[in-house]
Design a protein around this ligand. Sequence first.
Ligand SMILES: [Mn+2]
Length: 424
Amino acid sequence: MKLDINQIEQHNASLSEAHQRKFDFIANEIKDVEAVIEKLQAFQIAIPSWALGTGGTRFGRFNGPGEPSTLEQKIEDVGLLHALNKSSGAISLHIPWDIPTDAQKIKDLAASYDLTFDAVNSNTFQDQAGQEFSYKYGSLHHVDARVRKQAVDHNIEVIKHGEALGSKSLTVWLADGSSFPGQLNFREAFQNTLSSLQEIYAALPSDWKLFVEYKAFEPHFYSTTIADWGQSLLLASKLGDQAYTLVDLGHHLPNANIEQIVSLLLMEGKLGGFHFNDSKYADDDLTAGSIKPYQLFLIFNELIDGLDARGLDHATGLGWMIDASHNLKDPLVDLLQSVDAIKLAYAQALLVDRVSLKQAQQENNIIKAQEILQDAFRTDVRPIVAEARKRSGAAIDPVALFTALNVRGQLVQERGEKSVATGL
Ligand SMILES: [Mn+2]
């Protein structure tokens, strides 16, 4: 299904008066609100193809109705999101779950929804039917050179699919690790990973980026071969200028200071991509901003500071993507909520008085510094984010419109109750 522009206009007209009142109130309080709105309009967050179906847990998966069962339907879903919020203008594909059979056709379909293709993602964390060697004991770090070659070849194939679609980056996340002391020689595992990544890097087109993602634990419970930002940065530095670290919010040990991590990676010019989600305990795949909105704001505060320091454009300086997969909520509603939460945190961070903050830091004025940050965080920027949506032709309240139009009900009619998304 495709949303009719009239449906969005009618929805906006019905909310217009109340919205204008709230917007005027806050706009008067903010210096250069127009610049903030322009930045919000430009800021796009890519949607991963695996977030469109209901996610599973280690114990079970409860399918939602009307899930997208083909790549075409996944593109349709992201098209719906983008029509509702004009902030989700790219899709990130996972190979081999979403192999396009006719790349040009898929590209044209995406373009009809005003979508481009973000990073492509390889998968060496599970075995596929007909695969010669198993990844049970890892992929790029494997002790057997034949397994490593199979995993390298897969990544090179993913790059080729991405090239056909117009992607410009490859994200490598490895499940490689060990669950018992003694299982693995750490140095050899790292060296094998490095030499495998070097082969992939050599196949990278010159205008592409390679994102090296890290994760503290899971699926392995004793060691992970790329477990933290230090290990990722080490690999990215050894690989070369086109290799970067990718930070996923859910991939840290509890209470890690992620804002400090992104600050230093940006300073070194090695932060390439960002995966949004939220968590209470670890990699919980929860809606962005649903548990720790202040942390999300503090991260954006450092991202803006670091991007500005390097003269990078906020919208294009890094790869922005959601990486989450829910098992309870309607995935599309969850993604609308996540994108909204990300833009709220971004808007709040744009309000930080950086000149005064710098001065407070120079004077060791901790109280003032805290006041400056919390003043921005406690500003209700919802009408500003809604205004940015409205000006881009999106809905003032995307979740309300999704519900009012019974979008899921219409998708169920088209696809059936039992359609199941490929992937997790
Ligand atoms: Mn991720």
